[in-house]
Design a protein around this ligand. Structure first.
Ligand SMILES: [Zn+2]
Ligand SMILES: [Zn+2]
Length: 219
């Protein structure tokens, strides 16, 4: 089996249907036995191409998510769980045929609903802020927890009130324009054959280029 075929099958299922594929369907599609598919998924998870739960079910293939993490993203025919704020804003860049998608969420502090039309041409309007709780060096310690805490808030006051209530230290706050730039090319190539992850130095360069700085980002 070519692992890249399996990776692409997972990503394409998420992209086209909003859901991860079933192991049986992958086996049939790739003419493999189920055990080979399961072993391949574990290998892909080891390389951080996807995230499995304790039962080895697919939970995420960034920026796609099989579970709700605070966001819904509505395309023309497809509804996705948006992953985190970063992942939700990335979807229209990865899926340019969608045009603008509707990204919706609630402020974690006050439950106020927020929604934006997000496309790949310009950042959406809005004074809301994104808050990232987990610094970059720990993002993969528990990446589902990390994504669950990359959220959009009404204001910095709402971020601070959520931090007080949850006993968390404030992480990194950015405006919508920065979030949109950050999301715009991070996931480039994930739906294409031969995708290769950025080397650490290239990742840092990308973070700098979109206006992020400081120890939170390892910069
Ligand atoms: Zn709020
Ligand atoms: Zn995420």
């Amino acid at each position: 089996m070519h692992l890249e075929d399996l990776r692409l099958a997972v990503y394409r299922s998420f992209a086209c249907t909003g859901r991860p594929p079933k192991v049986d369907d992958l086996a049939e599609q790739l003419t493999l036995d189920v055990a080979a598919v399961r072993a391949g998924l574990i290998e892909l998870a080891g390389a951080r191409h996807l995230v499995l739960d304790q039962a080895d079910q697919i939970v995420m293939a960034h920026p796609f998510s099989a579970v709700p993490l605070g966001f819904a993203v509505m395309g023309r025919q497809t509804l996705w769980w948006g992953g985190c704020a970063w992942d939700s804003f990335a979807l229209p860049h990865l899926l340019p045929d969608e045009g603008e998608v509707l990204v919706s969420t609630r402020c974690p502090a006050c439950s106020r609903p927020h929604a934006w039309n997000v496309g790949n041409k310009r950042p959406p309007d809005g004074e809301q802020v994104a808050h990232f709780l987990v610094p970059v060096t720990h993002m993969w310690d528990d990446v589902v927890h990390t994504c669950r805490h990359q959220r959009l808030f009404c204001t910095v006051d709402c971020v601070d009130s959520w931090c007080r209530e949850s006993g968390s230290r404030r992480g990194y706050v950015m405006d919508l324009r920065t979030l949109w730039r950050f999301a715009s090319h991070w996931y480039d190539g994930r739906l294409d054959r031969g995708y290769v992850r950025r080397e650490p130095e290239a990742a840092k360069e990308y973070l700098r280029s979109v206006g992020l700085s400081g120890p939170f980002w390892g910069l």
